[in-house]
Design a protein around this ligand. Structure first.
Ligand code: UTP
Length: 406
């Protein structure tokens, strides 16, 4: 794309400010900017005009397999799950394409050191958790790692340098998700630098579409992978391809399943697994009407009590039917570094929008979902912030509680 073509395209979309500093750039920088412009997906900006205030349907609480029920059938589920893992039907997908802005580290979130007297990164801790399962199963399963352009190279290098944490490298596969432009409140696309458009990962909702686009559909088929366990990079107690979870899901006949924990309070900032118009749905904490969030059953338990922890098992067969369906686009109002009046600024307060689709919205499309309750102290230690709630500090405490030497 040359300058004239770029100008025409930007004019059409009301985004000419992207060329504000073009004349100051070197030839090489001009080419970088033109190539960024050529790849821009302007359609996400339509979401600014669309009415994004989600109209909730009729909500009712979801039933779940309680931790107590699970204990009673643990052996049976585990046997089923281990058999599925041993026959290669189950693989894992690590969602590691996010920016981890709240944690404020320039490195991928998984490379954050949660050790105290030794180095223990989040990636390493999660691979240790996986080892417990593979030791029990006596075999390794495939792990797909979703990255994004902002952290792909450094993530791959880190895994290689760490010898894949003792895992079989031929079973670890990296692929990239897409990026979307960010923009100001007024809908003007930001520049990250004078010669670079500001782009950010487009949310974790496209994890399966990107996996297929990266060419892994054939491998899923050839290897007979029927179930994919997606998990967030930021939970250091994450149990991955947990045989009990796999077994319970298989037995349930559901198209997907979600690990859930009991919410500690109506205000806890986790999405809640509910039924919406009879279908499984996850309602984000900011969308949940406060009176429903606070509602209690006669026994004192929260009626809408099951919070999701970003650990889901999905049937590949059903994913193949629905993954091209359009997911809602969520507007995240965030502090986004950008060029303003010729200077790069790093705001501490939200100033503009990122556009994201979310994995939680896939659950509804799947049609049926088993809610599988796990014990929070054993399986949920999210690292979102440096200090305070869901932080490095709280995760360290929980790791210690689980006997992990830090
Ligand atoms: P979060 O929603 O917590 O986002 O991601 P984040 O990018 O890690 O952190 P903040 O909000 O910028 O502080 C939940 C999970 O989804 C992944 C993250 O890597 C994390 O495992 N994710 C998020 C992606 O893989 N891609 C995305 O575009 C966003």
């Amino acid at each position: 794309m040359n300058y004239t073509q770029a100008k025409q395209l930007l004019e059409k979309h009301g985004q000419l400010q992207i060329l504000d500093y073009y004349d100051e750039l070197t030839g090489e920088q001009q080419n970088i900017l033109l190539s960024d412009i050529e790849k821009l997906d302007f359609s996400v900006l339509d979401n600014l005009r669309a009415d994004n205030s989600k109209q909730l349907g009729s909500l009712s609480p979801a039933d779940a397999l309680s931790a107590k029920d699970i204990e009673g059938s643990r052996e049976e589920y585990e046997k089923l799950g281990l058999a599925a893992i041993r026959s290669g039907k189950v693989a894992a997908v690590l969602l590691a394409g996010g920016q981890g802005t709240r944690l404020g580290s320039a490195l991928p979130k998984g490379m954050y050191n949660i050790g105290v007297t030794r180095t223990l990164t989040i990636f390493e801790q999660q691979m240790n958790n996986i080892k417990e399962v593979t030791d029990k199963a006596g075999c390794m399963f495939h792990i797909f790692v979703m990255t994004s352009d902002i952290n792909d190279a450094v993530t791959r290098e880190y895994f290689a340098k760490s010898n894949y944490f003792g895992y079989d490298p031929s079973k670890i596969h990296f692929y990239e998700q897409k990026l979307a432009p960010t923009c100001s409140k007024e809908g003007k696309i930001y520049l990250d630098e004078k010669h670079k458009v500001s782009l950010s990962p487009n949310g974790n909702g496209g994890w399966y579409a990107s996996l297929i686009e990266a060419g892994y559909g054939g491998m899923l088929k050839e290897e007979g992978i029927e179930w994919l366990n997606i998990y967030a990079v930021d939970n250091v107690l994450q149990r991955i391809c947990d045989p009990v979870f796999v077994g319970a899901t298989l037995k349930s006949g559901c198209a997907c399943s979600a690990k859930v924990v009991k919410k500690v309070s109506p205000e806890e900032r986790v999405g809640v697994l509910c039924k919406e118009d009879g279908l499984p749905a996850i309602v984000e904490y900011y969308e949940m009407p406060p009176e429903l969030a606070a509602k209690r059953d006669p026994d004192g338990e929260l009626t809408y009590r099951y919070g999701v922890i970003l650990n889901y098992l999905f049937s590949v067969e059903v994913l193949n039917k629905i993954y091209k369906d359009k997911l809602p686009c969520h507007l995240a109002f965030k502090a986004i570094p950008h060029v303003e009046n010729g200077v790069r600024v790093t705001p501490s307060e939200p100033c503009g929008y990122k556009f994201e689709t979310l994995a939680v919205d896939i659950v509804r499309l799947m049609g049926t979902c088993l809610a599988f309750e796990v014990v929070r102290e054993r399986e949920f230690a999210p690292v979102k912030n440096k200090t305070g709630v869901d932080s490095v500090e709280s995760a360290r405490e929980l790791l210690k509680l689980n006997g992990v030497k830090l």
